[in-house]
Design a protein around this ligand. Structure first.
Ligand code: G6P
Length: 614
């Protein structure tokens, strides 16, 4: 959470920073601020709300200068008002800092500084760190970077920070621990720094992903210097970015979420491209090939994630168990890490994360690693923290996902899990050749089937109109459609603020059925397959209580059509692959309902896309 951008060079810093902050708004949008160095002055502007508010606020101010830092905030310490916004200045106004993360021991540091006579304007942990640096800096004759290093040695917590100071106008200082930070090396001896590469990509493709407990000095005279918090000099590892600018634009869609929903035929194809061939009957995931034998022989696999990625894990559980006959346990990363879990060296732990930065998932992986387990990652963001700490992994190749509600990342995660399960099944001999071939060709056909569903958008929009005023909604599914029900409910609640719950269809009788009346829309996945008849019975139970049924059915279904209030048909596919299709109508339904309710679809209230705090 929180996005940070910084620039130092010959260009005007403000436009670069503002544009970058807009790209990073997915990380939080409670407030925004900048600090700019211009002609010896350190100008600091900050405003509650989105970056657009900050722009309006600074219109008549001095926005000049070719060095600056900017921040978009997801509040942790202190309410999201102007004062608590970043950047925070030292008490003498010489230094300003932006920060993403949490300083856990900020209270004791603050009390110590108060004893020394400092006072604080905000309630934030970041101001404490800024003043701690100030205190060390002004009471010694060391450099500012050294003062920051000494300050960080006293800090417990997570941080990605950038410091700017009046006395060192040709230098920015950055540091990271647990929160991500990328340094861009510009073509004109200039430097960029940001939470991810999206604010940097249009200026340079040369980047350095900072490692934990590293400090970087971006100096216009001395170049980029990198060293550890223990003061050991390090050689920057410069990488070439593969990100393309077009991927960061809406390209004519009203919202990123809608664009990303519509991108799925392409993103799923990108995900399996080069990894399967139905004609030649093979599937391969290069990133994990050296670990496949170990995974295939594992007694169990633990899958860990948060949010939508956790739902992908649940789909993965069905796929791995059914196809490859491997025992899978799915865990919320946040629960797993604090539960003293039993992990040993034979265990395989797979983390799934779109951003690759989710703090709980990262910490859970570190725990598993410390106990000797093999740790694998399925991430979307290339170069992200999870992809770097894991032993091996597979990228989802879905392209940047900017809408806070995850859509194309989910289907790409499920695609990777399907490929993994098929590959393991083949290796273990738990799948017949004919089923293997059928599943591969069915998987290849998924993108065009997703397109067919997207083409029914008008009908889905019409259904959305009928339920836009609902206060509650229930989502039901059985087997691997159960996680799709959970995901459908999550999509609706996170962007339209309608209370929604996902349930295994049969469990409805054990509680939720009490909620059903004529006001309650019940979204059911009733596609052809093992549990079809059982789900039809569950639908009857809802109808008997006057609930409204919106059913996702297999094309040509007549039975459910006769009972449900609305049906959304999806093309036929193998039962194992249904989640890749049945989730699409739910994404569109949530999207349309949220738009009709006037909600901010891409940036729902209180949420952030990359949750880098616990
Ligand atoms: C946040 C996002 C969700 C996402 C979850 C896990 O809650 O809003 O869309 O599913 O974090 O994020 P990750 O990047 O680890 O998949």
């Amino acid at each position: 959470m929180c996005g940070i951008v910084a620039y130092i060079g010959e260009r005007e810093a403000y436009p670069i920073i503002i544009k970058g902050l807009k790209r990073l708004e997915y990380r939080g949008y409670d407030s925004a601020g900048v600090a700019l160095l211009n002609n010896g002055a350190l100008n600091l502007y900050k405003k509650q709300g989105k970056v657009a508010n900050l722009e309006a606020f600074t219109e008549d101010k001095d926005r000049g200068g070719s060095a600056g830092i900017g921040h978009t905030r997801w509040a942790t310490h202190g309410e999201p008002n102007d004062i608590n916004s970043h950047p925070h200045a030292s008490s003498d106004g010489e230094i300003a800092m932006i920060h993403n993360g949490i300083i856990e021991n900020y209270d004791s540091l603050k009390r110590e500084l108060q004893r020394k006579g400092y006072s604080f304007k905000s309630e934030t942990d970041t101001e404490v760190l800024t003043i701690l640096v100030e205190d060390i800096y002004k009471n010694s004759d060391i450099s500012l970077a050294e003062a920051l290093r000494l300050a960080l040695q006293q800090v417990v917590g997570a941080y990605a920070i950038v410091l700017i100071s009046r006395k060192n106008p040709r230098q920015l200082i950055a540091a990271r621990k647990s929160s991500p930070l990328v340094v861009g090396i510009g073509k004109d001896n200039d430097f960029f720094c940001a939470s991810d590469a999206t604010p940097i990509v249009e200026y340079t493709k040369k980047v350095v992903y900072m490692e934990d407990e590293e400090i970087a000095v971006l100096d216009l005279d001395k170049g980029l210097k990198l060293y550890s918090i223990d003061d050991v000099a390090k050689t920057p590892y410069i990488q070439e970015l593969e990100l393309h600018l077009e991927a960061l634009e809406k390209e004519g869609y009203d919202h990123f979420m809608l664009k990303e929903i519509h991108e799925q035929p392409r993103s799923i194809t990108d995900c399996f491209r080069g990894r399967l061939n139905a004609d030649e009957a093979w599937v391969k995931l290069g990133g994990i090939k050296d670990y496949e034998e170990k995974i295939a022989n594992a007694n169990r696999i633990i899958m860990i994630a948060c949010g939508t990625s956790w739902h992908a894990c649940l789909v993965g559980e069905y796929l791995f168990e059914d196809l490859a006959r491997i025992n899978v346990e799915v865990e919320y990363a946040s629960e797993f890490r604090y539960r003293n879990p039993i992990i040993n060296e034979d265990d395989i732990v797979i983390a799934i994360s779109q951003s690759g930065e989710t703090a709980d998932t990262l910490a859970a992986l570190e725990l598993a690693k410390s106990k000797g387990a093999t740790i694998l990652g399925i991430c979307n963001v290339v170069g992200s923290s999870i992809s770097r700490i894991t032993d091996a992994g597979s990228y989802t190749h879905a392209g940047p996902e900017i809408g806070v509600a995850s859509t194309k990342a989910f289907t790409a995660q499920v695609t990777v899990l399907t490929l993994m399960a098929l590959s393991l099944a083949k290796r273990k001999g738990t799948i017949s050749d004919s089923t293997f071939r059928t599943l591969l060709s069915e998987l290849e056909a998924i993108p065009s089937k997703v397109q067919e569903i997207l083409d029914t958008n008008d009908k889905i929009k019409f259904i959305s109109e009928q339920y836009q005023h609902a206060s509650n909604a229930l989502y039901l599914g059985r087997g691997s459609s159960f996680p799709v029900a959970l995901e459908g409910a999550l999509k609706l609640k996170e962007i339209s603020y309608i209370h929604a719950e996902g349930y295994p269809a049969a469990e409805m009788k054990h509680g939720p059925i009490a909620l059903i009346d004529e006001e309650m829309p019940v979204f059911v996945i009733a596609t052809q397959g093992t549990s079809y008849e059982k789900v039809v019975s569950n639908i009857q139970e809802v109808k008997a209580r006057k609930g409204k049924i919106i059913a996702v059915v297999t094309e040509g279904d007549e039975t459910v059509k006769g009972i449900a209030d609305h049906v959304i048909e999806i093309p036929e596919t193998d039962e194992q692959l249904v989640p890749l299709l049945s989730t699409i109508p739910f994404q569109l339904l949530s999207y349309h309902i949220a738009v009709m309710r006037g909600c901010n679809v891409d940036q729902p209230r209180n949420l952030a896309k990359s949750v880098t705090v616990e």
